[in-house]
Ligand binder design. Structure first.
Ligand SMILES: Cc1cc2nc3c(=O)[nH]c(=O)nc-3n(C[C@H](O)[C@H](O)[C@H](O)COP(=O)(O)O)c2cc1C
Length: 216
């Protein structure tokens, strides 16, 4: 599979089989994460690989509470949307419901942590939400998602557990000032797994020379 094919078919896969992920496969996925760029090449992220059942059960409890709240809000939001949009949202929400119900059975959760003190955050002083710090973390996450795609593993980037970072910190012995950026459940897909994605195209998202001007 070439890189374009992997990117074009990397969709969220939330229905995962409980079968274990072979150590060599997991190792390749984690190695792909280490190849990502980071500001100053500092690599201010770490991953805690969670496979123990009790830990996954504790994470599952935390996740389910947040997912239920999110899904309820989202279902209300799309209740009056056109049929196609509502159907698409409902498909996503049903897959999310499945993940939330089976979070403890997912074979591996990758808990992505970062150290805010080891990052040069060039937009930290601006009067808006800061995003630059994330640029030293999420490329590694994207690398591991792509590696999962190539390995035939389902995966999805989740961030709901960041809301209860204190609980996750205690559970996994994450020291201060390390914080959490994502949890990526991975496992072999129950259904078709990765496949075609629906995204806005270049014409909608990219400008030429000036904001709002069509790209030649
Ligand atoms: C920043 C971010 C946070 C996300 N958080 C969650 C999450 O907590 N739970 C979840 O099921 N999916 C989560 N997702 C997955 C998105 O819902 C998914 O990528 C999007 O709906 C597109 O779906 P598709 O890739 O299947 O087309 C997140 C994705 C991103 C990029």
């Amino acid at each position: 599979m070439d890189a374009y094919e992997a990117m074009r078919t990397l969709r969220a896969v939330r229905r995962l089989r409980p079968d274990p992920v072979p150590a060599a496969v997991l190792r390749r996925v984690l190695e792909a994460a280490t190849w990502a760029p980071t500001g100053g090449n500092v690599q201010p992220w770490r991953i805690v690989v969670v496979t123990e059942r009790d830990t996954k059960t504790a994470l599952a409890r935390l996740y389910a509470a947040r997912w239920t709240r999110y899904a309820t809000g989202h279902r209300q939001l799309v209740a009056t949307a056109p049929d196609t949009a509502r159907d698409r949202a409902e498909r996503m929400l049903r897959a999310g419901d499945y993940l939330a119900r089976h979070f403890a059975e997912v074979p591996v959760h990758l808990v992505v942590c970062f150290n805010p003190e080891h990052m040069a955050i060039t937009d930290a002083a601006l009067p808006r939400v800061s995003v630059v710090g994330g640029a030293s973390i999420y490329p590694a996450v994207q690398n591991l998602l792509l590696a999962c795609r190539v390995e035939g593993l389902g995966c999805v980037l989740t961030t709901l557990l960041c809301e209860c970072e204190a609980d996750v910190r205690t559970l996994l012995d994450i020291p201060q000032p390390w914080a959490t950026a994502a949890v990526v459940p991975i496992g072999y897909p129950l259904l078709r797994g990765h496949g075609p994605i629906s995204r806005r195209g270049v014409e909608k998202l990219v400008y030429g020379e000036r904001w709002g001007r069509a790209l030649a």
